[in-house]
Design a protein around this ligand. Structure first.
Ligand code: FMN
Length: 358
């Protein structure tokens, strides 16, 4: 059908203009990315938590599992102001406030780190070396030099915007396409010019405004979980869609079983935006962890994440949805599928039906 072959799907050599959104923090999997790629969409892997050598290895593993295009994703900005300068005294004070929670959950408190995670500049060098077909990024714009080096290596560049201003800045910097994300989306609100809380535009408003402002393809993300959402995004002028939570709920993703079961339960009708799990604004299904963290002082990213991460690890080991980070889209109750390829197949068939009845 005509809708399947947009400028974006043609440029990337995709059967369908449907992207499985990347998940950071260990929730992506090669099985998910490869199965979406092999089924005709663009599979993605969120790699912002990985060391440069692991990124090179990841790209080689993905190449072994698919000969179709796939996407590697990084976070350009890897810490917020104040996060790298916490004194020993301030660390100990925050630890004292967290201790009752750690003790109640029988969790070893985290020791103060020497440094935080892996720096974007080193990770992006690994991306350049490994040359994935697509490189997407959030929380900013890489330097002109990095963008130029990606172009020389034929790496398709996907920037992510939450406002028209961000989308224009990405286009000016030379990206090939922009993912425009409405505030319905699961995961982080990846604003990088204005404070995330001040730019909470929904997908149905954001997409046509970004489409009108840009001359490069726009991919719609946020709250799309079935064929109706895809058709609506295409009618609004998008050249493709990026779907996150509906793929996170599939067996192939790396989130915990209890999280998947909730996402597929059809019973969650409310999600909330909070900074309490990582220090950056993200959308979650409310649970005990979120409520308890709301009552404690908040630190900048990634310090807030550092203090929460032992709780996340322990709840993952126990498959405990009450203390895990339950990222989810506003459209979570529409989710039904257990298998990524079946989800993609049904999305495509559904959009075909909508288009043939128009
Ligand atoms: C658990 C989770 C983690 C995410 N991590 C990232 C990430 O690291 N990088 C990124 O570009 N997008 C990330 N996203 C956003 C998704 O790729 C996608 O754009 C978004 O989920 C689309 O909205 P939806 O959830 O309503 O489908 C994440 C989303 C979720 C649910």
């Amino acid at each position: 059908m005509g809708w399947q072959q947009t400028a974006l799907s043609k440029k990337l050599g995709l059967r369908y203009p449907i992207i499985q959104g990347p998940f950071g923090g260990g929730l992506s999997s090669t099985a998910l990315a490869a199965s979406v790629a092999n089924a005709g969409g663009l599979g993605s892997f969120g790699a912002h938590h990985l060391a440069p050598a692991a990124i090179v290895e990841l790209v080689s593993t993905l190449r072994q599992h698919t000969d179709k295009p796939f996407n590697i994703n990084l976070w350009v900005s890897d810490h917020d102001p104040g996060a790298l300068s916490m004194t020993v005294e301030a660390y100990q004070q925050h630890l004292r406030q967290m201790m009752p929670l750690y003790q109640r959950l029988d969790i070893e408190p985290p020791s103060q780190p020497d440094s935080f995670s892996h720096r974007f500049e080193e990770q992006v060098q690994a991306v350049l070396d490994a040359r994935p077909p697509v490189f997407s990024f959030v929380y900013g714009i890489p330097s002109a030099d990095i963008i130029e080096q990606c172009k020389r290596r034929d790496i398709f560049l996907l920037g992510t915007a939450t406002t028209v201003k961000e989308a224009l800045a990405l286009q000016d910097a030379g990206v090939d396409a922009v993912v425009a994300t409405g505030f319905e989306a699961g995961g982080h609100r990846v604003s990088f010019i204005d404070e995330a809380e001040t730019v909470l535009t929904g997908t149905i408003s954001l997409i046509p405004q970004v489409v009108d402002a840009l001359h490069i393809p726009v991919i719609a993300a946020g709250g799309i979980a079935d064929a109706r959402g895809i058709a609506a995004a295409l009618v609004l002028g998008a050249q493709g869609v990026q779907i996150g939570t509906a793929f996170l709920a599939c067996n192939e993703s790396a989130t915990i079983a209890a999280h998947k079961a909730l996402l597929r339960s059809g019973k969650v009708h409310n999600t909330v935006l909070s900074r309490r799990m990582t220090g950056r604004l993200a959308r979650f299904i409310p649970n005990h962890a979120l409520r308890e963290l709301e009552a404690l002082p908040q630190l900048p990213f990634p310090l807030q994440s550092w203090f929460y991460s032992p709780i996340k690890r322990a709840s993952a080991a126990r498959d405990d949805a009450e203390y895990f980070s339950l990222y989810a889209s506003q459209s979570v109750s529409l989710i039904k599928h257990h298998q990524a390829a079946a989800l993609l197949r049904d999305l495509v068939a559904g959009v075909d039906r909508i288009y043939s009845s128009m």
